[in-house]
Design a protein around this ligand. Structure first.
Ligand SMILES: Nc1ncnc2c1ncn2[C@@H]1O[C@H](COP(=O)(O)OP(=O)(O)OP(=O)(O)O)[C@@H](O)[C@H]1O
Length: 386
């Protein structure tokens, strides 16, 4: 979709920001450019939409050589999201979002109705926020308007320069999550520049690690960049805590799940007590007849009365979808101070993760990388629980 072919930039003062960069970004892929300050990330990004003119090489967009195309035309095919969102302060949020379609000749009514749709898509109720001015929004909300505005012309390509850099870590985390969900829907081809390796690991399909002069040190999946750094430079750049970072790229595997006893919410408390005694367990998972999670019930709850499990079970706050990463599971566990996290496939309950199984899963993931085997085939010694 995007191809940089020996692209270079020498600034007027002689600084060679990017020597000669080859880079392929596939359609629908999210690629993160990371590297130390001054390595040429922003220059590279801006050469793609020709905000900076390359001094050598070729840029291809969907097979077209756009190195010398009209930059204004080119930018209509490429959305651009920057850290300082750059909204017009005197225009409402709706009009800000409708700006590009208006420039493209869409009539005002249609452009505004499209803008409202987009605001909805990025999680801002247009009725509530559409008529406000940028100064009346929080930093995170402005950032979402920036994303909506970049999507307004429905460009196949999005360039994002530190898009979530200006907001605090909690908001950033939420925006990243929302953006990923949005990307599943819109499937744009995205190049993201970030200082934040965690952000790159979480968001990107592939990470391109650059060193001075836009030299590619490694261009690979987040998991490989963390697990098998291609060069000493990458190893140093990703740092010693890469074991921890791996958490966010390691999916939950079926083999990681524990299967505590399960009771139906329609069962009586006596039946639940019986089951817990038979299994020698302290608690059981409660499911409704369709297999959806209702909560959990402990031994103490079962001796308290004569009702059904449904009346006495506790809500289970900590849960993650089956496609979540180990990091999300850990976060959930910490947030709710829970000893276990339920794993759900859609509505269906599939098992639980405990601190012990999470630890094993992480070790298995590290071993698999070291031994170069598939995750399921990695052998680890497992310390029995106390
Ligand atoms: N207009 C310019 N004129 C001269 N040199 C420039 C210009 N813009 C950038 N540079 C230089 O080009 C190199 C690459 O800059 P660039 O902004 O692409 O780096 P970066 O990796 O995005 O850095 P950062 O992470 O700090 O934002 C730097 O050495 C920078 O000083």
């Amino acid at each position: 979709m995007i191809r940089l072919d020996g692209v270079g930039k020498r600034y007027a003062d002689g600084t060679v920001a990017v020597q000669s960069l080859d880079l392929d970004v596939r359609a629908g892929e999210l690629v993160a450019l990371v590297g130390p300050s001054g390595c040429g990330k922003t220059t590279t990004l801006k050469m793609i939409n020709r905000l900076i003119e390359p001094t050598s090489g070729r840029i291809l967009l969907d097979g077209d050589d756009v190195t010398h195309a009209d930059p204004v035309q080119l930018r209509r095919r490429i959305g651009y999201v920057i850290q300082q969102v750059g909204l017009f302060p005197h225009k409402t949020i709706l009009d800000n979002t409708a700006t590009v379609p208006r420039l493209l000749g869409v009539d005002r009514k249609q452009a505004r109705s499209r803008a409202a749709e987009l605001l909805e898509l990025v999680g801002l109720d247009p009725k509530l926020y559409g008529n406000r001015y940028p100064a009346q929004l929080s930093g995170g909300q402005r950032q979402r308007v920036g994303v909506a505005r970049a999507l307004a012309a429905d460009p196949p390509v999005l360039l994002m320069d530190e898009p979530f850099g200006a907001v605090d870590p909690v908001v950033r985390d939420r925006l990243q999550g929302e953006f990923l969900r949005l990307q599943e829907e819109v499937r744009k081809t995205i190049v993201l520049v970030t200082h934040d390796l965690d952000e790159a690991v979480r968001m990107a399909d592939r990470i391109c690690v650059l060193s001075q002069g836009g030299h590619v040190e490694q261009y690979d999946s987040p998991s490989n960049v963390l697990g098998s750094p291609a060069t000493a430079f990458v190893a140093e750049f990703v740092g010693a805590d890469r074991g921890l970072k791996r958490l966010s790229v390691t999916p939950i595997a079926d083999g990681d799940l524990e299967q505590p006893p399960v009771v139906r919410s329609s069962a009586t408390l006596a039946e639940a007590a019986d089951l817990l005694r038979r299994e020698g367990a302290a608690w059981a998972v409660c499911l409704d007849d369709g297999g959806a999670l209702r909560g959990w019930i402990g031994v103490a709850d079962t001796v308290r009365g004569t009702g059904t499990v449904a009346d006495s079970c506790h809500r289970m706050e900590a849960w993650v979808p089956a496609r979540a990463s180990l990091k999300q599971a850990f976060q959930e566990m910490l947030q709710y101070d829970a000893g276990w996290v339920a794993v759900l496939d859609g509505e269906r309950y599939v098992g639980v993760l405990t601190p012990r199984t999470l630890h094993e899963a992480l070790r298995r993931s590290v071993e698999a990388q070291v031994a170069g085997v598939r995750l399921e085939d990695a052998a680890v010694d497992i310390v029995p629980s106390a």
